[in-house]
Design a protein. Structure first.
Length: 223
């Protein structure tokens, strides 16, 4: 049975886990997810005054990293979970615009961002094609889209699943959201398939990089 990814179900689930999301991410990834996000973002070409959109921003990890670069960036994060956005807003005060929006129906004009990021977001979206099309629409010509999510389903990836499952059993009363993590990871296509999905919407692959022996995959596309 495939995982229920209706927007209502997903936003409700992230609302429910928002308060513990950052702590739990650290446990499940053995503290590595932020380091990987930082390394991935280094592959972007940024400039002062660039307008950046972070889709499925969650609690705002990417925004934190972007604010620490030497560039003066105009950053917007969107997410449809109000509780995740509340935490993001608490961490960043007025330095970032956080907006409640659905990745498949972005409230922005065509070609309005220089750079787009999406980390561990696409896997949760029922209609991936619609989300990729929307990102393409709001990105300007030659702009970069950084996509980061789980990669190939190799042996190290199975070890990750084991660590995550063990962590879940030890620390949580409500296992459901983290069972969802493992299932959504299993169902998410491997990077070669994801690259085809982006190519079908006219994105050009500029760079591909693996982290943690391929457990996590980064791709940078241009429009
Ligand atoms: C696994 S979290 C990733 C958060 C953050 N990007 C990170 O790397 O930690 C996925 C986020 O995507 C959001 N999300 C899922 N589907 C969405 C959609 N269709 N539109 C907007 N946000 C969505 C969820 O609410 C959640 O905050």
């Amino acid at each position: 049975m495939t995982t229920d990814k209706t927007p209502e179900k997903i936003s409700e689930m992230f609302d429910d886990i928002a308060l513990n999301y950052d702590r739990n991410n650290n446990i499940i990834s053995l503290g590595l997810h932020n380091r990987i996000k930082k390394l991935a973002l280094k592959n972007l070409t940024l400039k002062d005054n660039f307008k950046i959109l972070d889709i499925c921003c969650g609690t705002g990890d990417i925004e934190k990293i972007l604010l620490k670069t030497k560039y003066a960036l105009d950053i917007t994060g969107i997410d449809f979970s109000e509780k995740m956005l509340l935490i993001a807003n608490d961490c960043h005060s007025d330095k970032v615009h956080f907006i409640k929006a659905d990745a498949t129906d972005l409230p922005f004009e065509d070609n309005s961002f220089d750079t787009i990021t999406m980390t561990f977001g696409l896997r949760n979206i029922q209609n991936r094609t619609k989300a990729i099309k929307e990102a393409y629409r709001v990105l300007r010509k030659d702009g970069e889209f950084l996509h980061l999510d789980f990669g190939v389903k190799n042996f190290p990836s199975k070890i990750f699943d084991f660590i995550a499952k063990t962590g879940i059993k030890l620390f949580y009363k409500d296992k459901l959201p983290y069972e969802y993590l493992i299932n959504s990871k299993k169902e998410f296509p491997e990077p070669d398939e994801i690259i085809k999905e982006f190519a079908a919407e006219n994105f050009k692959l500029k760079k591909k990089k693996d982290f943690l022996l391929g457990i996590i995959s980064m791709q940078i596309y241009t429009k």
